[in-house]
Structure formats: C-alpha cells, structure tokens
Design a protein around this ligand. Structure first.
Ligand code: TIU
Length: 221
C-alpha cells in the first residue's frame, strides 16, 4: 500500500508498514501551565493548537496499524545524565530537576514529564525517553526503526525549532525520509516555527518535506 501526500517541495510517498509516526515531547512540561516551558518565560497556549490535529493523525495511523513512537524529554531523578550545558539555561530560579507545580521539571516519573492525556500512548506504542533534543541521541530509536524496516517518518511534536528540528535533521543524516506536519508542530515563537518549516523543505527538501494534517488525512482516505 502506497500513500502519496501533496507536500512541499514535492509529493511525499510512503508505505504505512515502513513508516513510523513520531509524536515528539507532547509532555505537560511543554504544553501545560506550570511546566518547564513556562518556567523559561513562554506562553504555552500557542503549543496547544497542535493537540486536535495530532489527535486526528494519531487516530488515522492507529487504524492503519503504523508504528507509533512517543518521545519524552527528561532526566534521571538523580540528574546524573544532565550536563551543566543544559541545566544552566533558562530562568535561574527554576531549573531542570527543581520542584514546580507539576513536580520536578523534566524529571522522569514526575507529572510534568508525562505525555498529556489528550495524546497519551496506548498499548503497543513505543515510549522513548531521551535526555537531549535529538531523539536519536542517547536512545535506541535507530535500532527500533531499523528492526522494523522503517524508512520514513511522519513527524509531529513540540517545539518546531528545538526537538522537532534536531530530530528531523538527525533522522535525515541517518537516511530516513521525514514529512513534518505543519499544524501538528508549534513553537513558543511563531517566527521560529515558520522559519524551521521553511528550512526543512528549502533547497529541494534538503532536510525533508512539509504538509499539513489535512493533506495527509486526505491522502489516507
Ligand atoms: N522538546 C523541546 O522542544 N524541548 C525544548 O526545550 N523546547 C523549547 O522550545 N524550549
């Protein structure tokens, strides 16, 4: 089965059996008030526009039986995997590992670290904990994808220019073809969102493809 999606810079074709849907870091810490994203001084409401379209895409891929991978950015409770280069960023009154309204920021096991209930994983889906922005760094993501013969990724998640961009670039360097869904990704900075999307598909798709969820869902029907 082959599906062709109208996309930038040209059509993206995929076989759902050799594709994974990536849901990157849809965690309370980024998308809800009181989390890490807000501690950095950001308005999280902009990110919440991704939830509804991503719910529709998740439902469609669950129906197709495609591999679905949810990532979570975070650290061990003892913070032994947290570099000072990452810890010493943002608002110094509330850093990674410190106690916020949803528990310790970006620490595995805390309420804030978990995926939002609207996009919660179900039985059989992969949940991948990662210490960095790039989902391949310090994880077994590449092994999981290669073991299933996956060659293409459909990418949703937050934020566009941080964890989504890092992951898509790392995937492209490993030979995976990526379609980024423009309305299923968002940034605290609208201009960064637009620029990151433009950078993926510029120069003939130097990093990947971009389409909106309606184009994808229309192609699946
Ligand atoms: N998941 C992800 O993008 N992590 C970030 O820290 N993003 C920000 O935009 N800060």
């Amino acid at each position: 089965m082959t599906i062709t999606v109208p996309a930038e810079p040209f059509s993206f074709t995929f076989d759902p059996r050799q594709t994974a849907l990536m849901c990157i870091d849809f965690q309370r810490d980024f998308v809800e008030a009181g989390g890490f994203g807000e501690s950095l001084g950001n308005d999280v409401s902009r990110l919440r526009t991704t939830i509804e379209p991503t719910q529709r895409v998740l439902a469609a891929f669950r129906e197709l039986g495609t591999t679905i991978i949810h990532t979570r950015e975070g650290h061990r409770p003892d913070l032994t995997d947290l570099f000072p280069a990452k810890r010493d960023r943002g608002n110094p009154t509330l850093r990674i590992g410190e106690e916020g309204p949803m528990g310790r920021l970006l620490v595995r096991g805390s309420r804030g670290h978990d995926i939002i209930p609207e996009l919660a994983p179900i039985e059989g889906e992969v949940v991948l904990d990662k210490p960095g922005k790039d989902s391949f760094y310090g994880t077994d993501l590449e092994t999981i994808l290669r073991a299933r013969g996956i060659t293409r990724l459909i990418v949703t998640g937050v934020t566009t220019e941080v964890c989504v961009q890092s992951t898509v670039r790392a995937a492209n360097d490993r030979g995976f073809e990526c379609l980024v869904l423009s309305d299923c990704t968002s940034s605290y900075f609208p201009e960064f969102h637009e620029s990151a999307l433009a950078m993926f598909s510029a120069q003939g798709g130097i990093v990947g493809w971009v389409a909106d969820s309606a184009a994808l869902l229309g192609a699946i029907k």
